[in-house]
Design a protein around this ligand. Structure first.
Ligand code: FAD
Length: 319
């Protein structure tokens, strides 16, 4: 069976959920091999989890140099690996880092690339949502192998037990690879909520929330549902919520199982960041608000009346 390379993304908490999703997709295309690009010991810490989701093999490129520089070394190591093993496809997360590695890899290999896919068929056909969400296209890489970045939450990760052997890669870098060095890492202050782009539920507030203080209501609903909190650009520009939580064309792209929009009109630039969510719920007092064109469940009403009732009901059911 053809080998499919999955580039692993990890945080301090371990393997990111998106990597498990990529392994799930990779199994449709061939035999998944995980590629760990990180500091010493990175692969050993993650091998159980990667095996649990079907990685048959782990390629480990571990060095202080990879850890201590930006993405250029990772792209170099990956390009060498692709040249030597000739995989059937290479899959990366549609994160900032994943897309930059993929772009560099495409240039190094003179290979086509597809980014921000929300699905990938066994024959390498990718589904993308383009033009700020106006159009869905199916595309295939016609030069080289499928090199595809896939948005988090595009599929539900499913386990498939395997016991991967670890193969260590030699890391040989040029001076060019080391031009941008990491000088410091600062952990993001995000408390106990899930990461916005990885969360399976997102509760977002817009200008209709009215103030930063009122966002406590959005947070209360989110916390009860184990959700991440998002915001529209109008809410961010008004100073209600920090920019890192902005959803949309110039913010983050989310694709959760459930997206709840509170006091958000549904401008095209906001939709671009959330419309691939599986189920969309909106509360808006304007029945003509464009967000209702997208919703699976819409409530026409004042969010300050609707959300407290939802909070009370959820609390009751949780006991
Ligand atoms: P509004 O459009 O003002 O809507 C507020 C909504 O709240 C209204 O529908 C109103 O009926 C409702 N409301 C008010 N009070 C209540 C209440 N008590 N209960 C219930 N409903 C209530 N926007 C983004 O979100 N993300 C982006 O990344 C982004 N990028 C952009 C990039 C560019 C280049 C441009 C030009 C714009 C971008 N925008 C982005 C801005 C976008 O065009 C909209 O202006 C923005 O999304 C509007 O945010 P909103 O829906 O919160 O505010």
């Amino acid at each position: 069976m053809a080998e499919v390379l999955v580039v692993v993304e990890a945080s301090q908490a371990g393997v990111k959920k998106v990597t498990l999703e990529l392994l799930t997709i990779a199994r449709e295309l061939g035999e998944p091999s995980a590629v760990v690009l990180g500091g010493p010991g990175a692969a050993a810490a993650m091998s159980d989890k990667l095996g649990e989701y079907g990685a048959q093999k782990i390629y480990a490129a571990e060095s202080e140099e990879i850890d201590g520089h930006l993405v250029a070394p990772k792209a170099t190591v990956l390009a060498n690996l692709v040249t030597s093993v000739s995989p059937a496809a290479v899959l990366l997360a549609s994160s900032q880092e994943g897309k930059e590695i993929a772009a560099r890899l495409a240039v190094k290999l003179d290979n086509g690339i597809l980014t921000d896919a929300v699905g990938l068929d066994a024959d390498g056909t990718a589904t993308q949502v383009v033009f700020a969400g106006q159009t869905i296209v199916k595309s295939k890489v016609t030069k080289g192998i499928p090199l595809v970045t896939i948005r988090p939450n595009s599929v539900t990760p499913t386990p498939a037990a395997a016991s991967p052997a670890v193969e260590n890669l030699t890391v040989e870098l040029t001076d060019k690879d080391k031009l941008a060095q990491v000088v410091n890492r600062v952990a993001e202050q995000k408390g106990s909520r899930p990461e916005l782009t990885e969360a399976s539920i997102v509760v977002s507030g817009g200008r209709g929330v009215g103030s930063g203080d009122n966002f406590k209501l959005v947070e209360e609903l989110a916390d009860l549902m184990g959700a991440a909190v998002g915001a529209s650009r109008a809410a961010v520009d008004s100073g209600f919520y920090p920019h890192q939580f902005q959803v949309g064309q110039t913010g983050k792209t989310v694709s959760p199982q459930l997206y709840v929009a509170l006091g958000i009109s549904g401008a095209i630039q906001h939709r671009a960041g959330m419309q691939t969510s599986k189920t969309i719920v909106a509360v808006n007092k304007d029945e003509e608000a464009p967000i209702f064109e997208l919703t699976d469940f819409g409530v026409v009403g004042d969010l300050f009346k609707v959300v407290p009732q939802a909070v009370e009901e959820i609390r009751k059911r949780k006991g």
